[in-house]
Design a protein around this ligand. Structure first.
Ligand SMILES: C[S@@+](CC[C@H](N)C(=O)[O-])C[C@H]1O[C@@H](n2cnc3c(N)ncnc32)[C@H](O)[C@@H]1O
Length: 248
């Protein structure tokens, strides 16, 4: 098997594919006080779709869930069926770099733990035309919580040099031309309950069968390292939710 297949057997099977929680999704929705009755929402990088389903539950709107990986879209679809909200869900397999929608197609563009694939500023710029004036963009993004992280943390985040402080992220939001609506930092439970906790169980299940397979062991090593960096140094970094509005 290829690296990606092993990777998906760990990361592709978790309730979420990044930090977050339904309560935090709801908290971000509550910041959007001027939503229409049935908002049209684009969920960029939906992954397994925990937040997609919550958006469908807490609004009476429709969601277009977009992801590159067909398996992720299949999981979102199955979850929506189980939750009885599939009638308001559409899925789209697409590279977010290629996204193209008519101007003002959506009341909300949502992206939890995925806008970084475009880059924070580039991503906010890219989705802006898709949102109608007065509509919202809500994203979660990696942030530093305090200065001078130790070398292990710096190494871990070297892959995403755009991680920055909350004030710097807010400055980007202003520069792109959105009005800030609200923001909050995710608590450590957002990483452990739906993400690293289930990941640890999955690693333990796979470990015996994958012993001696170099590619598989590399996936397990990286997953263990990611969890270990978080468990030791979660006071240095987290994700924050940022909710912003496109001016009328
Ligand atoms: C870290 S996961 C977050 C998933 C989900 N939003 C969550 O919070 O559980 C990022 C998701 O973005 C998707 N993705 C990565 N690159 C992408 C791209 N270029 N276009 C579309 N989706 C992409 C991945 O397949 C994955 O499902």
């Amino acid at each position: 098997m290829e690296y990606m297949e092993y990777f998906l057997q760990i990361y592709g099977t978790l309730p979420r594919a990044g930090p977050g929680a339904n309560a935090l999704t709801r908290k971000a929705v509550e910041l959007m006080t001027e939503l229409p009755d049935s908002p049209r929402i684009l969920d960029v990088g939906c992954g397994p779709g925990m937040q997609t389903i919550e958006l469908l539950r807490v609004t009476s709107g429709t969601v277009l869930a977009l992801d590159l990986i067909p398996d992720m879209l299949a999981r979102v679809g199955a979850r929506a069926e189980r939750a009885g909200v599939s009638g308001r869900l559409e899925t789209l397999q697409q590279d977010m770099n290629e996204m193209s929608f008519p101007p003002s197609s959506f009341d909300v563009v949502w992206s939890e733990g995925a806008i970084y694939f475009l880059g924070f500023e580039a991503g906010l710029r890219k989705v802006r035309p898709f949102v109608r004036p007065g509509g919202y963009v809500a994203v979660s993004e990696a942030v530093w919580l305090k200065p001078d992280p130790p070398p292990e943390v710096v190494d871990f985040w070297a892959e995403y040099p755009q991680i920055d402080t909350v004030p710097e992220k807010l400055a980007v939001i202003g520069r792109v031309g959105y009005e800030q609506v609200g923001h909050f930092v995710m608590p450590p439970t957002a990483w452990t309950e739906n993400y690293y906790g289930p990941m640890e169980k999955r690693i333990a299940e796979k470990e015996p069968d994958w012993r001696g397979i170099p590619t598989a062991e590399a996936v397990l090593r990286e997953a263990r390292n990611e969890i270990s960096v978080f468990r030791q140094y979660s006071d240095y970094f987290s994700y924050a939710f940022f909710v912003m509005q496109k001016q009328c």
